[in-house]
Design a protein around this ligand. Structure first.
Ligand code: NDP
Length: 247
């Protein structure tokens, strides 16, 4: 039997791409899922699919940039399933652009979703996990959280931040409260992520990079692997690139 059987996992950004595939992968191993994103129709469709296949999924429309909504999400998970064993802070945006385009609203959005969303996710589950001396927090960074390229300054900034925050969390909580912290850093994955790019000068290079993109089920399996390891083992960080991606 999988270690994931009956484990309660919150997934943010579950309405598409990596989050959606992760939901399918984890439910196939018996996890009970709490799906979150803003597009409720997509969450409902996914929850129906999971439940019709014999799984357990509930959902809640949640904007990760709202501290209150993230708190409510965690409360909902506890009310419905009694506990939270893991959260996958996956929601993210990637409107890449050159700094001189001054797309300040997009910078703000990335900082709000990619950094604050992850922090609010951590905050929402931390007291509960500390109390139980048990839990797993998986944060999705990126290869762009390891390297910077022209057009990725702000996005990379947010993804470097996710790695820093996750490593800080690991240092503070692993020995003290046995909470596991994992960073997953994907390379190019074919999802809706590039649709947020509005800077035409960046788009060409990104389209070229994404010609070799892998499918999100690879990342879903990686997340499942990290979660399935026994409680005394923490997979701290994994980078997953398409074989053809050299950068
Ligand atoms: P998608 O665009 O397919 O998914 C992004 C998800 O984030 C959606 O479910 C979206 O849901 C959700 N989201 C966006 N804003 C918010 C918000 N304010 N509140 C709640 N949910 C939000 O992209 P991916 O699946 O590729 O992205 C998932 C993660 O993987 C991101 O963190 C991304 O940075 C990271 N990543 C992706 C890579 C790739 O090449 N695809 C490479 C490296 C990292 P909704 O709009 O319904 O709210």
């Amino acid at each position: 039997m999988s270690n994931l059987q009956d484990q309660v996992v919150i997934i943010t950004g579950a309405s598409s791409g990596i989050g959606e595939e992760t939901a399918k992968e984890l439910s196939s191993k018996g996890a009970k899922l709490v799906l979150a994103a803003r597009r409720e129709d997509r969450l409902q469709e996914l929850a129906d699919k999971v439940n019709n296949n014999g799984g357990h999924a509930i959902y809640k429309s949640t904007d990760v940039t709202s501290y209150e909504e993230m708190e409510e999400l965690a409360e909902y998970a506890q009310k419905e399933f009694g506990q939270i064993d893991a959260i996958v802070n996956n929601a993210g945006l990637m409107p890449l652009s050159f700094l001189n385009k001054q797309k300040v609203k997009e910078w703000d959005q990335m900082i709000d979703v990619n950094i604050k969303g992850v922090l609010y996710g951590i905050s929402a589950v931390l007291p509960h996990m500390r109390e139980r001396k048990k839990g797993h927090i998986i944060n999705i960074s990126s290869v762009a959280g390891h390297v910077v390229f022209p057009g990725s300054a702000v996005y990379s900034g947010t993804k470097f931040a996710v790695r820093a925050i996750t490593d800080g969390l690991r240092m503070e909580e692993s020995a003290e409260s046995k909470i596991r912290a994992t960073i997953i850093s994907p390379g190019a994955v074919s999802t809706e992520l590039t649709s947020t790019i509005t800077d035409e000068d960046v788009k060409g290079g990104v389209d070229e990079l994404y010609e070799q993109a892998i499918t999100p089920d690879s990342i879903a399996r990686t997340i499942r692997y990290a979660l399935e390891e026994p409680a005394e083992v923490t997979i701290n960080e994994i980078v997953v690139r398409p074989t053809d991606q050299s950068m």
